[in-house]
Design a binder for this molecule. Structure first.
Ligand SMILES: C[S@@+](CC[C@H](N)C(=O)[O-])C[C@H]1O[C@@H](n2cnc3c(N)ncnc32)[C@H](O)[C@@H]1O
Length: 221
């Protein structure tokens, strides 16, 4: 898996990952089994998994939503950081959801992970009654990021946190949409997501400068 970290020096990334965030047996097995089941190799990096665990611990998170679960790697990281309570894991693809359910069970979280299959914009309304939430992690289709952040603004408690992966959109976020027609919708959506976080008045937010860009916003109103 080739994912950069921090200021881009691969030696720094290798040093920090080795010290702080090597995959253990459980996380390593999720990657191997996901690959064997034909899932794409697009789970968060070990360092980003550790960021999620630390952020969940910081926020004393007990009620969380993950939008885009794949095989459950990042979900297990979040659950490891959660003192107690439930992670609602939303996933479009039934095959991925199946792998994720097994990952949560193998990691000891069968009773604390609820996997919902379907497009998140359709399934999110069914979660409203379970909130307000302490944390929402967004890692699905980029064109829907603004809607996901708006949902988080309405369904997090004040002090809760929204986290959005791939905030740099693989380097594309600052490109002119007209110069990248295939990416134009995603570029505009990611910029709208950042505008909501930075200027929308509901969050105090930043983008942690991981290789992918990890946007983090704390709900203030
Ligand atoms: C980058 S992967 C998620 C990786 C996962 N968070 C991890 O790090 O282990 C994106 C996932 O979002 C899912 N996805 C894409 N569009 C979606 C949608 N509209 N609703 C829910 N899930 C979606 C994909 O099927 C894919 O599994």
């Amino acid at each position: 898996m080739e994912k950069s970290y921090g200021q881009g020096d691969p030696h720094i990334a290798e040093y920090v990952t080795r010290l702080f965030a090597q995959d253990d047996v459980v996380l390593g097995e999720i990657r191997t089994r996901s690959q064997a089941r034909g899932l794409p190799d697009i789970a968060v990096s070990p360092m980003d998994g550790r960021h999620l665990e630390v952020l969940a611990r910081l926020g004393n998170v007990r009620r969380a939503v993950e939008i885009g679960t794949l095989g459950g790697y990042s979900g297990v990281c979040l659950l490891r950081g959660m003192a107690d309570g439930v992670l609602h894991a939303l996933e479009l693809d039934p095959e991925c959801a199946d792998v994720a359910r097994e990952s949560f069970a193998r990691a000891g979280f069968a009773s604390r992970a609820r996997v919902t299959v379907g497009p998140a914009l359709t399934t999110l309304p069914s979660l409203v009654a379970e909130g307000p939430f302490d944390l929402v992690f967004v890692d699905a289709d980029k064109v829907s990021y603004p809607e996901y952040v708006e949902w988080a603004a309405d369904n997090l408690r004040v002090g809760g946190v929204v986290i959005c992966d791939n905030a740099f959109l693989f380097g594309e976020v600052i490109r002119e949409p007209a110069d990248a027609p295939n990416e134009a919708r995603a570029i505009l959506a990611m910029r709208r997501c950042h505008e909501l976080l930075a200027l929308g008045g509901r969050f105090v937010a930043t983008i942690l400068p991981t290789g992918e860009g990890l946007a983090v916003g704390v709900k203030v109103r």
